[in-house]
Design a protein. Structure first.
Length: 143
């Protein structure tokens, strides 16, 4: 039975043949999340920007754990998209450094603002999907 084009959804679909383009588009959404976590707020009169990761990190103990969990979402999505192990490990290293910095009271929170792990991780994803980090099937983590 033929379907009526006027009743079909206008939402784009992703086929296997266009999958190589879709992750780059997804990186835009990851960039928005990274901006929220790393750069959302600014200190007036300075170039210093910080995000929810730094604000949540001010909560002793649980703050850095919550920030790492939010940051981990980008890594999990990278894994789902077939990003190579070496890129995922670099992304996890960025989050670990971010969490470790945040454990030092006050000084660590200031260093955490400068590290911007989420921005670094989105940059790694963009580099990978831009063709600079072509994956080999043996280098991909399978779900």
């Amino acid at each position: 039975m033929a379907s009526n084009p006027s009743t079909q959804s206008s939402r784009p679909t992703v086929s296997v043949t266009t999958l190589h383009v879709a992750p780059v588009n997804l990186c835009v959404g990851f960039g928005a999340l990274a901006a929220l976590l790393d750069d959302r707020y600014g200190i007036p009169g300075t170039n210093v920007r910080f995000g929810l990761d730094a604000v949540v990190g001010l909560l002793p103990g649980i703050g850095d754990l919550a920030g790492a969990a939010l940051s981990g979402y980008i890594v999990l999505e990278g894994r789902r998209l077939g990003v190579p192990k070496r890129v995922l490990l670099n992304m996890m290293k960025n989050i670990a450094v971010d969490a470790a910095l945040g454990t030092v009271p006050i000084v660590g929170d200031l260093a955490d603002i400068q590290w911007k792990a989420n921005r670094k991780n989105v940059h790694l994803l963009i580099e990978h999907f831009d063709g600079q980090g072509r994956s080999r099937s043996s280098d991909t983590i399978l779900a």
